[in-house]
Design a protein. Structure first.
Length: 164
C-alpha cells in the first residue's frame, strides 16, 4: 500500500497540491476538475520515490489537466528530476519548474546534502543554455567544505531546456 498523501490549498483561480510519499501502483491522485484553475502548483518536496507504474499513473493524471491549466512544480526531489529528463511528457508542455533539489556529496566526510536550486537564481536556462550560479565549496554545505555536485550537470539539468 502506497504511503502517498496529498494536501490541497485553493483559491478561485489557483490550486496548490502538496504531495508526499511514493508514487506507485497504489497512488490515488486528487480529483481535480480540468480547466477550473488557471495555475496548478505542485509542491513535490515530500515525494520519496516513483516506480514505472507510478509514472503511468502520473501521466494519466496530469495530461488532461495540463491541456487546460498551467503547471508550476516546486521543491522537486531527485527522483522526480530523473523522470523529467527520461520520460517524454512527464513535464507537461505548459509547465514550469520553479525549484528542485540537487544532490551534493563529500567523500571525506561521507556526507550527502540535497540543495534547493531556484530557477532564475542558482540556475538559469536561456535559449537552451544552462548557467549554474552556485559554488558549493564557498557555501560549505553542512559545515563540510569539499562538497561537490553529485550529478552529471549536462544530464541532470537537461529538463530546463524544455520548460517555459
Amino acid at each position: 500500500m502506497s504511503e502517498f498523501k496529498s494536501q490541497t490549498v485553493e483559491d478561485s483561480t489557483n490550486l496548490t497540491l502538496q504531495f508526499s510519499g511514493t508514487i506507485d501502483e497504489d497512488v490515488e491522485f486528487p480529483v481535480v476538475e480540468a480547466g477550473k484553475y488557471q495555475t496548478i502548483t505542485l509542491d513535490l518536496k515530500g515525494i520519496k520515490a516513483i516506480n514505472s507504474v507510478g509514472i503511468r499513473e502520473w501521466l494519466n493524471w496530469i495530461r488532461p489537466l495540463a491541456e487546460k491549466s498551467k503547471f508550476v512544480l516546486e521543491n522537486c526531489p531527485k527522483a522526480m528530476v530523473f523522470q523529467f529528463n527520461m520520460v517524454e511528457g512527464f513535464l507537461p508542455p505548459n509547465s514550469k519548474v520553479a525549484s528542485f533539489y540537487v544532490p551534493f556529496y563529500s567523500e571525506s566526510a561521507d556526507q550527502e546534502e540535497n540543495v534547493l536550486f531556484n530557477v532564475g537564481k542558482e540556475v538559469t536556462a536561456d535559449g537552451g543554455n544552462i548557467s549554474i550560479k552556485y559554488d558549493a565549496k564557498a557555501a560549505q554545505l553542512g559545515g563540510v567544505d569539499d562538497m561537490e555536485m553529485d550529478v552529471t550537470e549536462g544530464k541532470y539539468f537537461q529538463f530546463l531546456k524544455r520548460t517555459t
